[in-house]
Design a protein around this ligand. Structure first.
Ligand code: GDP
Length: 181
């Protein structure tokens, strides 16, 4: 089955987003404690695709050696995943573009892994500020990329962006099916 991976810095709101996408209150564990999601979790959605919950990267308070282990884990995941259609890189809409996220996107690009960006916690900013932050990302990304990657603006607490993300995944799944037939 096709797979879609969700990844981002710890505390970016990944568990909450996964809960929103899967319509569950407590499927992926959310917690106030950053760095808690450590293992790769798979969720079967609509019996036709897998949502893959990857460990959060860049948690400042973990040791260097455990950062290396995370990195290895993530690298391994991406090297062997034939089913992977797209990765969703989550970034907190409130933050300015962060090196760690930009480097990770760069790494995905160099390894030929398609990705989209999911901006999280959109409820925390006014529309104008959201627009400005997205523009900041565009400006930086367009220095290295020909096009702005696909992106979504979401809020798990206000249920924003769910249809867009799920619709996009459906569309990709459908495209694959028609290519096969
Ligand atoms: P993870 O570490 O990336 O899995 O992040 P979590 O989903 O556990 O969320 C981290 C923190 O951000 C928690 O305190 C959540 O309540 C909060 N949070 C997550 N998503 C949203 C959102 O869309 N809006 C707001 N206001 N807070 C959020």
């Amino acid at each position: 089955l096709p797979e879609y991976a969700f990844i981002g810095r710890s505390n970016v709101g990944k568990s909450s987003l996964i809960n929103m996408l899967t319509n569950r209150k407590s499927l992926a564990k959310t917690s106030g404690k950053p760095g808690k999601t450590q293992l790769i979790n798979h969720f079967l959605i609509n019996k036709n695709w897998h949502l893959v919950d990857l460990p959060g990267y860049g948690y400042a308070r973990v040791s260097k050696s455990s950062k290396k282990v995370f990195q290895k884990f993530i690298t391994q995941y991406f090297s062997f995943r034939e089913q992977l259609v797209t990765a969703f890189v989550l970034v907190d809409i409130r933050h300015n573009p962060q090196t760690i996220d930009l480097e990770f996107m760069q790494w995905l690009g160099e390894n030929g892994i398609p990705f989209s960006i999911i901006f999280t916690k959109a409820d925390k900013l006014k529309p104008k500020a959201i627009e400005n932050h997205v523009q900041d990302y565009k400006n930086i990304l367009l220095e290295t990329w020909e096009d702005m990657p696909n992106y979504f603006i979401t809020s798990s607490s206000k249920n924003i962006g769910q249809d867009e993300v799920l619709g996009y995944i459906d569309e990709l799944n459908n495209n694959m099916n028609t290519e096969e037939n």
